[in-house]
Ligand binder design. Sequence first.
Ligand SMILES: [Zn+2]
Length: 190
Amino acid sequence: MDAYMEFLTDFGVDIRRDIKAAECTMINRTIPYGGTSDIWARLRFPAPTSPIMPRFKPRAVPAGPIPTPSGLWLVDLKTSLTKPASAVYDDHLMQLAALRHAEVALICPPECRYGESENHDASHEFPVPEFVGTAILNLRTNGYGFVPLPADRDAFDAFCGLIPLAHYESLHRRGDAAPVQRSLPVRRGR
Ligand SMILES: [Zn+2]
């Protein structure tokens, strides 16, 4: 919570004014998939690019400024007691790309939370807005890391390519996979 409050202060975020949605379910019926986004936040940056925090400058890659357009950002919060505030993973990018390219977002009463009940109707759905950016917000006991990730069309195409893999994996659990030996064990000494 301290790290989250710190982020809100540093980035000039007023919750009532700037947080447009929280825990919003987003659906793409064409592909199909669904998921829940953490926050949609209207962020204001003083410049179109922002410098990397000095303590997270990568050693191998030249550290250039990162695009930070002002506008509506799709932000996913990640908490951890062990990982650094700079940690991002490929699946974070896939997750953001999927949510950004969802078709509709839901504002449902509790009884039709996932849009699949008899109570649900189109008045609970609205088109997903354009996001100017997508980011991971890492929350740690010693601070936060706001990490923009390019969840663009290429990332979305990659996500779509993974869906058959996810289906296959869910249908074919590997719990019965184990090393075998060629013959029965020889019992020694009775
Ligand atoms: Zn509904």
